[in-house]
Design a protein around this ligand. Structure first.
Ligand code: C2E
Ligand code: MG
Ligand code: MG
Ligand code: MG
Length: 284
């Protein structure tokens, strides 16, 4: 197409290519540095039991504070890290940091599991299970306090490989949660073949619950399938009481979202948990 359109297209296209290349170079240099210089942090966002309001787990979400650019969202660097392979050392750092945090919470009397996000590129690394086992060993706590959120694309790319990794993670004591459920292309039959503990309904369905009548039907049927398969359900991105009300009424087990708490640093999480009773608007 560019050839047909001639020089003009070339001139319009080239600067964008340059931008992209220099952005990748910047990310590569600085993300490596961030790993070495401790400019990364995990934030934690709680998941609540809709029935009881009890919090037994949090999701760990990466935050990068660049001295040059300030806070950079994972949306802007995870994809790059996957392409460049940096996701492997990055993921290792996430595992070790999350495992240490969970062990330290437990030592202070907080029994909280931590779910980490793992992407397809990480699963295809043959050391990922070893790295995970090592992170648990080093954490100072004997049993596994980590769970794993896999995105749907992990499963489609190579189901045999995903299944092998899932089995080994579970043997080590991790639960497997399927992230962003409903947005990918994995078939329900594929979900039925894999040993999953939980599906995580994507935020796009949750936020459409009270806007599009078809969304309610969709969410209802996803929850019904999960129930049949004996897989638990957590809804992500819950922002309103009405959403929480509906999700609870159709049998969703857990909820996570700004309605309850934003992702926060580890220290804040302990305070949040202590004040939860006062602050939180729980569904009756
Ligand atoms: P995700 O795993 O689906 O995480 C949910 C995202 O939604 C998070 O964005 C979270 O901050 C945001 N969120 C939570 N509740 C609400 C809500 O009520 N409303 C709205 N509007 N948003 C909400 P975040 O932290 O920017 O992370 C984006 C994505 O980056 C994650 O999506 C995950 O796929 C990826 N990611 C983050 N940390 C890691 C990591 O350590 N490793 C890998 N491989 N991926 C990560
Ligand atoms: Mg997630
Ligand atoms: Mg998600
Ligand atoms: Mg999501």
């Amino acid at each position: 197409v560019a050839k047909d359109a001639g020089k003009r297209t070339y001139r319009m296209f080239a600067p964008q290519m340059d931008d992209k290349v220099s952005e990748y170079i910047w990310l590569d240099r600085n993300l490596r540095k961030a790993l070495d210089l401790d400019q990364l942090e995990l934030y934690y966002q709680p998941k609540l039991c809709l029935e009881t309001g009890v919090v037994r787990s949090v999701e760990a979400l990466l935050r990068w504070d660049s001295p040059e650019r300030g806070r950079i969202s994972p949306i802007d660097f995870i994809k790059f890290a996957e392409d460049s392979g940096l996701i492997v050392p990055l993921g290792k750092w996430v595992m070790r940091t999350a495992a240490k945090q969970a062990a330290s919470w437990l030592a202070s009397g907080l029994n909280i599991r931590v779910a980490i996000n793992v992407s397809a590129r990480q699963l295809s690394n043959s050391f990922v299970v070893q790295d995970f086992a090592q992170a648990i060993r080093e954490s100072g706590h004997a049993s596994c306090l980590l769970d794993i959120e896999l995105t749907e694309s992990c499963l489609i790319e190579d189901e045999a490989m995903a299944l092998a990794a899932i089995r080994q993670f579970r043997e080590l004591g991790a639960q497997i949660h399927l992230d962003d459920f409903g947005t990918g292309y994995s078939s329900l039959s594929q979900v039925a073949r894999l040993p999953l503990d939980m599906i995580k309904l994507d935020r796009s369905f949750v936020s459409a619950i009270n806007e599009k009548p078809t969304s309610q039907a969709l969410v209802r049927s996803m929850v019904a399938v999960a129930e049949q398969l004996k897989i638990q359900v957590v809804a992500e991105g819950v922002e309103t009481d009405a959403e929480a009300e509906f999700l609870k009424s159709i049998g969703v087990d857990y909820a996570q979202g700004y309605l309850y708490a934003r992702p926060m640093p580890a220290k804040e999480f302990a305070d949040w948990l202590n004040n939860k009773g006062k602050k939180l608007r729980l569904v009756a």
